[in-house]
Design a binder for this molecule. Structure first.
Ligand SMILES: C[S@@+](CC[C@H](N)C(=O)[O-])C[C@H]1O[C@@H](n2cnc3c(N)ncnc32)[C@H](O)[C@@H]1O
Ligand SMILES: [Zn+2]
Length: 315
């Protein structure tokens, strides 16, 4: 199957990356190579290292970018391993990087992957199918409290408690194995009146389970630090998020890394020794314009933040 992913905030992202034609760039989330295509098209002597933990995304990207030959290197790994993966490639500095977080439209379209509440499939949702932990484990083995917490926090669903309660009740009669079984349970839990006009009642729970299965929020903070460490002076890290918790992690991480010192305020002198590493380029996140929203409703929740590594270290 072909990817049909419209790269979100394409022009804004490319502009913010301020690409140097002979630079080394990392696309941490290649997906269907929409952004990668734009980046690599602007390189002359430079190269692009593309990460995706999903093998299907890597092969789709390889097809799409075949014309660029060895300008592109593909890494089928979680981007949390950026430092070790780059050092294996003999790369010690990069000029820019992009993370376009979350699920790809291809993953949603491939019904059998279990990401979609519209297609019947085994409960899976693993981006990296080499991992054994899946949506099945979350739905069948988490306690009611744990389910409520992830559905509330990662799904921001006000019916989290009832949905968790119904899942636990239903699974006493036997394992919950498929996406549509789960959808039916959620429909029972969310009162009819509350479903009118809103998004599909299962949308938020599916998002929550996907974030949990793939540890999407837990790896992010450290990964941001690691990417900033890898940047050359003046290099930029651009991050597109689709979730308010994710955006908060990015915003706070950029502010912390910009501040450097992490000593408690009451300390008279700095003992941590951490220096400011750069600055967030935009104070407010960049969001999609009207034209893009008409074309791609998914862009509605997209937020782009960019960090620039300090040009010269202050002493
Ligand atoms: C929103 S899509 C990216 C789409 C891409 N920018 C494009 O234009 O086609 C996100 C992709 O990132 C991958 N992904 C998400 N988290 C990842 C992680 N921690 N490490 C590696 N890949 C990840 C997913 O498998 C998915 O293919
Ligand atoms: Zn300090």
């Amino acid at each position: 199957m072909e990817f049909h992913h419209v790269p979100v905030l394409r022009d804004e992202t490319i502009e913010m990356l301020a690409i140097r034609p002979n630079g080394v760039y990392v696309d941490a989330t290649m997906g269907g190579a929409g952004h990668s295509f734009e980046i690599v098209s602007r390189l002359t002597e430079g190269r692009l290292i593309g990460f995706d933990q999903d093998a299907a995304a890597i092969s789709a990207s390889q097809k799409r970018l075949a014309g660029f030959g060895d300008k592109v290197t593909y890494v089928n790994q979680n981007f949390k391993n950026v430092k070790s993966a780059l050092s294996e490639l003999g790369i010690d500095r990069i000029d820019g990087a992009l993370m376009d977080l979350g699920v790809s439209s291809h993953q949603l379209d491939e019904g059998e992957r279990g990401f979609s509440y519209q297609a019947d499939a085994p409960l899976d949702m693993r981006m990296d199918r080499r991992n054994s932990f899946s949506a099945y484990d979350v739905v069948n083995s988490y306690s009611e409290k744990q389910l409520e917490e992830i559905i509330f926090q990662y799904g921001e669903d006000r019916w989290a408690r009832r949905i968790a309660e119904f899942i636990v009740k239903e699974r006493q009669a036997g394992e919950i194995k498929t996406t549509l079984q789960l959808v039916e349970i959620i429909k029972k839990a969310v009162p009819k009146g509350a479903r009118k006009d809103g998004p599909h009642p299962a949308k938020r729970t599916f998002q929550a389970i996907r974030i949990e299965v793939n540890g999407e929020l837990t790896i992010l903070r450290q990964a941001i630090s690691d990417f900033v460490d890898c940047l050359t002076p003046g290099g930029r890290l651009a991050i597109i998020t689709f979730h308010s918790l994710e955006d908060r992690i990015v915003k706070t991480a950029f502010a912390d890394i910009a501040a450097g010192c992490t000593c408690p305020k009451e300390f008279p002198v700095c003992v941590c020794g951490k220096k400011p590493q750069g600055r967030p380029v935009n104070r407010k996140p960049i969001v999609a314009g009207e034209a893009e929203l008409l074309d791609n409703p998914r862009a509605r929740s997209a937020k782009l933040r960019v960090f620039e590594k300090v040009k010269i270290y202050q002493v």
